[in-house]
Design a protein around this ligand. Structure first.
Ligand SMILES: [Zn+2]
Length: 347
């Protein structure tokens, strides 16, 4: 069961047992780092929970319930399935933060007056439940204290500490741990991402599938390749001329307002300098940018470990400057001069 979801074996076994129990608590809380598949597993569990089949192969994929709740085809027309995601409501509009609002919980409470119509139960998933404010949380608490008949809830959160203790006392907590690099890679391969890219993204994202997919969307590989070329250039005879001739400010990093792109570039520079330190320390298996290992070995030969450490620090500081939205061009100019000075032992 749940074989199409990579990792989380113990939790899958727990959910399978849970599904087959006669008596069960009415609410679970899935908690753990973001982007590791909590929501994916909750949705697949919902599908199995509502499936009309009684066998071990739930969700069967064939029954009316499975046809009306199919995440692959995007059909969520199942009347007994409710899903809430954080939204930007009017009050929050200015802050640009998304929350599970009290209005959403009020809507849920209205729905809770009705029982299941197609399946034996109703299931409600509240994603990022830790974004609820006090008012929303208190409303939800009332529902959890007196759960409507045949209803079942799954709350999903990255941080347990942001949930009210009273809510925590009403749910069974299921802890999720990050995926291993290999598991992340397998999950990316399932999404038909080419193997070399999946391998690199899995290493860079440190066990978060969500992060790996975001990296892919943000063209992180373009930035990584650009940073690799950059790092290989040190020591530079004339840093300024190099930056000018290589045209660093193009469509990849716009010369004005390109702070986010510059941050991506610098974060890849930090990750490469960190990898160089691992290579120098004889720990190549710790390297994130494994596809670039032969080049990293070559570059590492030029550097002294202590200077590498200082250069990584300088890149990190440049990243902070880019985050403060300082002028992108001067941030990269300064970083390049400083890294060069680190290499030459002048810092
Ligand atoms: Zn089914």
């Amino acid at each position: 069961m749940f074989s199409q979801i990579v990792g989380h074996q113990k939790n899958k076994e727990f959910l399978e047992r849970f599904l087959n129990r006669e008596e069960r608590p009415h609410a679970l809380l899935f908690y753990g780092p973001e982007g590791i598949g909590k929501c994916l597993l909750a949705k697949e569990f919902a599908r199995a929970f509502l499936c009309h089949d009684k066998g071990a192969q739930r969700p069967c994929g064939q029954c009316e319930s499975c046809r009306l709740l199919n995440f692959e085809t995007g059909n969520f027309a199942h009347p007994d399935y409710l899903y809430y995601d954080p939204m930007t409501d009017d009050e929050q509009e200015k802050k640009k933060t998304k929350i599970i609002s009290v209005n959403q919980i009020r809507n849920l409470i209205k729905q809770a007056a009705f029982g299941p119509t197609l399946s034996k139960h109703k299931i409600c998933i509240i994603n990022e439940a830790d974004t609820m404010n006090q008012e929303a949380a208190n409303s939800l608490l009332k529902l959890l204290e007196e759960p409507p008949d045949k209803w079942f809830f799954i709350l999903i959160a990255s941080s347990v500490s942001r949930l009210l203790p009273t809510i925590l006392s009403r749910v069974i907590q299921v802890r999720f741990t990050p995926l291993t690099v290999e598991e992340t890679k397998q999950a990316l391969l399932l999404k038909e991402i080419p193997e070399a890219e999946a391998d690199l993204l899995a290493h860079l994202s440190d066990g978060s599938l969500g992060q790996a997919l975001r990296f892919r969307e943000e063209r992180i590989l373009d930035f990584r390749n650009m940073a690799l070329k950059y790092v290989a250039e040190f020591p530079m005879q004339a840093p300024m001329t190099y930056l000018l001739t290589e045209d660093y400010f193009s469509d990849i990093i716009p010369a004005s307002g390109g702070n986010e792109q510059l941050q991506q570039f610098l974060s890849m520079t930090v990750s490469l300098l960190r990898d160089l330190l691992f290579v120098k320390s004889g720990l190549p298996d710790q390297v994130f940018n494994i596809d670039a290992l032969p080049q990293l070995r070559q570059i590492a030969g030029k550097w002294d470990a202590r200077r590498l450490h200082l250069a990584a620090q300088a890149s990190q500081e440049a990243m902070t400057a880019a985050m403060r939205r300082a002028n992108t061009k001067s941030v990269l100019d300064d970083a390049t001069f400083t890294i060069n000075a680190c290499f030459e032992g002048r810092v």
